[in-house]
Design a protein around this ligand. Structure first.
Ligand code: CTP
Length: 404
């Protein structure tokens, strides 16, 4: 095994479920890879696997209480500052619920609330708990708080039932940790520009023409690329949502299509990759009234003129070593229209989402995409969370980078 996690500091939180025994394999693998591992257990977790076992494997004292028997205080802030990543595995329904509500009645939770590093959780629970709406709500909350979730798997459960709820295998958790700790060489410091969100085209000082885009998809791509080591510039339209954006992402806020175009034109020549996911207004009012328009007449005509097609503009000046990725939002003749845009706008990849697919499109947390590459390769993906879709898109981009 390569010791590529040397000098990496991992804080493992173990909560009380039968899957706790599997953390023994995870700890062993991490330590063998050179990582330093410290473990915090919830009091319930100690019934499933002993602190002594995890201490022997991690080669560190295992902490379960905020205070030791000798009256020492185990400083959760120090622990939280110490680690490069905090992983909670298994994360039980109880721990997930407390994390989502900010409850703090054990050392693991106090440390989570102080964590400055990325936090990853691997949920594990029995079938009925795994599909309970409260869990879905809590996971959504954690996801929007920036916690990465390693989905549970389907299979045989401790209850004897079979279905979703099994904790991801230690190997899967190990690989996810490696992704967070070791930026992919292909992406390290690669300059990337991403547009996201809607644009607002002013009619007068209080009104605008806009659209329903929230920017969730573009922000998810920006976060994924930042996590994998890219130098990300996010050009973000006027979205109402309080997005959790990766700390290394550089954000440029814009309002109108013209401002977005200016921001893109200023950055593009420095970029290796540009992903244009924003829902840019195709038309804007020809003139903006300086004063609020009064309802003095029975009707109002607003003359609209076309905005610049930002993506097509970048396509026309793209150099051979740059990758340009666009989106196509279609309601009919999806594949044909997407292929047309790919070609007309000189793209390397187009991501098609159809408004006809349930759960896909503006505002949803899920999306269903098909990608088409310049060479004609088509990939269909199922309905998935936008964070997972972002991963799929970035994987596709990585393939293009390798080919280029
Ligand atoms: N796009 C852009 N600038 C515009 C319009 C669109 O950069 N003024 C980009 C979007 O960010 C997206 C792609 O072009 O990546 C396709 O957008 P879409 O709305 O699907 O298509 P349009 O080209 O606007 O064509 P139509 O609305 O006729 O389908």
């Amino acid at each position: 095994m390569t010791r590529d996690l040397i000098n990496k500091k991992i804080l493992l939180g173990v909560s009380g479920g039968i899957a706790a025994y599997k953390t023994t394999y995870l700890i062993r693998q991490l330590v063998q890879s050179g990582a330093e591992v410290k473990v915090i257990m919830t009091p319930t977790a100690t019934h499933f696997v002993t602190p002594l076992t995890l201490s022997v494997l991690s080669k560190n004292e295992v902490l379960t209480e905020a205070f030791s028997a000798q009256g020492n205080w185990n400083n959760h802030v120090e622990l939280a500052m110490w680690c490069d990543v905090m992983v909670i595995a298994p994360a039980t329904s109880n721990t997930i619920s407390k994390m989502a509500s900010g409850s703090c009645d054990n050392l693991l939770l106090a440390t989570y609330l102080s964590a400055k590093s990325p936090v990853i959780i691997a949920p594990a629970m029995d079938l009925d708990m795994a599909v309970h709406p409260t869990l879905m709500r809590n996971l959504e909350q954690l996801q929007s708080d920036g916690v990465q979730i390693i989905p549970y798997e389907e299979g045989e459960l401790a209850s004897g039932l079979s279905g979703p709820g099994r904790m991801a295998e230690p190997e899967t958790i190990f690989q996810e940790l490696k992704k967070v700790l070791l930026p992919e060489p292909d992406f390290r410091d690669v300059p990337v520009m991403i547009t996201a969100g809607p644009t607002h085209e002013s009619i007068d000082p209080v009104r605008f023409i806009g659209n329903r885009s929230t920017g969730k998809m573009g922000v998810a791509i920006a976060n994924e690329m930042a996590k994998r080591g890219c130098d990300v510039h996010l050009i973000l339209g006027p979205t109402e949502i309080d997005h959790k954006i990766h700390p290394t992402v550089k954000i440029v806020r814009v309002t109108s299509a013209e401002e977005m175009n200016d921001a893109c034109s200023a950055l593009f020549s420095e970029m290796k990759i540009a992903v244009l996911s924003a829902a840019v207004a195709d038309f804007r009012p020809e003139s903006k009234s300086d004063q609020k328009i009064k309802k003095s007449s029975d009707s109002l005509d607003i003359h609209l003129v076309k905005t610049a097609d930002i993506l097509a503009g970048l396509g026309s000046k793209k150099s051979p070593d740059q990758l340009l990725i666009g989106f196509a939002l279609e309601t009919e003749n999806e594949m044909e229209n997407a292929r047309g845009k790919l070609q007309k706008k000189n793209l390397d990849l187009i991501v098609l989402n159809s408004l006809n697919d349930e759960g896909a499109g503006f505002g949803y947390d899920t999306n269903k995409i098909t990608t088409i590459s310049k060479s004609g390769e088509v990939h269909n993906f199922g309905l998935r969370k936008k964070t997972e879709v972002a991963r799929d898109i970035v994987d596709q981009i990585k393939e293009l980078l390798t080919v280029a």
